[in-house]
Design a protein around this ligand. Structure first.
Ligand SMILES: *Cc1c(COP(=O)(O)O)cnc(C)c1O
Length: 430
């Protein structure tokens, strides 16, 4: 009783008795449904299910590395450790240790972010959508923001550039066409009411064929010549020059972009966060804006973000930050694990074969870019692929698989190697 609490236990028992009563009214055999052991077992099952909560760990065997529905970036050991340290007690969230007085939370992670990217200043908010809302609200409210028609995008999950613009109070001025925008389109549109030029990285789509976008540095030069700042929504937050899938933050800063906004939980491999990096004077305006109070992050986010950034700074991120480690795992290493898993699964009564496949970066990063992988194709006589996929999802630790060409496939690229043994121990259902 003390495990679940008296109120929850009473409610579960009442529900079990109630459903037994309904069953008897329907004409079911009372000697089967209303025996005390059955009622107790039902109540216990209800309590145990509720005790698990709805947010539970899963094994991601989809091969989609930054899987938004599965929580995007798994954190590095360093980030998890730092969360533990900071969560258990008090911390210097808004306390200046040197002065023994109140400090600012808006400074955490800034030094690391600047060291990694060459930016003058940086500020952290809840996510990249919040970052864009803050940037546009603080710097362009009541004025015009120029954006290429080819970048008026929806990123997914309801993040639409025109809608964020409306919410921020800035007005959108579209330039160019869907497929072609020239530098002259920007220069012709810049005027006294222009607050910013906005570039949005096309994270989740590609325009192919007869296309043209002016180089970032040229847009920056033209905007600066007219005294207008350039903001880039870069999305993925790649700070690793050795990861070729996405442009880096440092390249944008180097090209002269005044503010760059990115997510913390995509290619950076950290917690959910929005990070704005760039010129000090502009970052100061963001910090001073009233929206900052509503969009700020908590100590756990800072702890995880600093832990992640420290791994990047130490040059170990390819090995220690899971998103990068997974993306950089050579195909041969995945193939070896897939072979061992297929062997074990066959011993457990499955039909399991290793086939070639592709992993996806996901999270609206690197559209259409995949990484070669090996898949374990799984079957069980008499079971459809849909039923097998659902069976895997119903395990105590749910396994999220993919259905490809009518078969269930497992991609070990996105499975932590420490989970291989539990997958290998799955016996085929019967
Ligand atoms: C992912 C993404 C966003 C949204 O970021 P969140 O951190 O999920 O709010 C915005 N813009 C671009 C270009 C993106 O790729």
């Amino acid at each position: 009783m003390t495990r679940f609490g008296a109120a929850a236990t009473t409610a579960a028992l009442r529900a079990a008795v109630g459903s037994a009563r309904d069953a008897i009214v329907r004409g079911d055999d009372a000697s089967l449904v209303a025996v005390p052991d059955t009622l107790l077992a039902r109540a216990a099952a209800t309590l145990a299910a509720a005790d698990r909560g709805s947010l539970v760990p899963v094994v991601n065997a989809t091969g989609v590395v930054i899987h938004t529905n599965l929580g995007r970036a798994p954190l590095s050991a360093r980030a998890v450790e730092r969360i533990g340290e900071v969560a258990r007690g008090y911390a210097t969230l808004e306390y200046d240790l040197a002065r023994g007085a109140r400090g600012s939370r808006a400074v955490h992670a800034e030094g690391l972010l600047c060291a990694l990217t060459g930016a003058e200043a940086a500020v952290v908010v809840n996510n990249n959508a919040a970052a864009m809302l803050l940037v546009l609200g603080a710097l362009a409210r009541g004025r015009e923001v120029l954006i290429s028609r080819g970048e008026l995008v929806e990123i997914g999950g309801g993040f639409r550039v025109p809608d964020v613009m409306t919410q921020s109070g800035a007005s959108l001025r579209e330039v160019g066409t869907t497929n072609r925008t020239r530098l002259s389109d920007f220069t012709a549109a810049i005027g006294p009411s222009t607050a910013l030029v906005l570039r949005v990285h096309p994270s989740n789509f590609r325009i192919e064929g007869f296309t043209e976008q002016p180089p970032l540095a040229a847009v920056v030069d033209a905007a600066h010549a007219a005294g207008v700042a350039v903001v880039e929504d870069l999305g993925s937050g790649n700070v690793d020059a050795g990861s070729p899938w996405e442009p880096t933050v440092q390249a944008s800063i180097g090209a002269g972009v005044d503010l760059v906004a990115v997510s913390g939980d995509k290619m950076l491999g950290g917690p959910q966060a929005g990070i704005v990096l760039g010129r000090k004077a502009l970052v100061e305006r963001l910090r001073a804006h009233p929206l900052m109070r509503a969009l700020r992050v908590d100590k756990l986010t800072y702890a995880a973000l600093e832990g992640t950034l420290l791994e990047h700074r130490a040059g170990r991120a390819h090995d220690t930050v899971p998103v990068l480690r997974m993306l950089h795992t050579p195909k041969a290493a995945v193939t070896a694990r897939a072979g061992a898993l297929a062997l074990a699964l066959r011993a457990g009564g499955w039909q399991a074969t290793v086939i070639d496949g592709e992993s996806a970066i996901g999270g609206g990063s690197a559209p259409g870019v995949t990484v070669p992988t090996s898949l374990v194709q799984l079957a069980c006589p008499g079971w459809s692929a849909d039923r097998l996929e659902a069976w895997l999802r119903a395990r105590p630790t749910p396994v999220i698989a993919r259905i490809q060409d009518g078969s269930v496939v497992l991609d070990l690229r996105t499975v932590d190697p420490s989970d291989d043994a539990s997958l290998a121990a799955l016996n085929a259902p019967r």
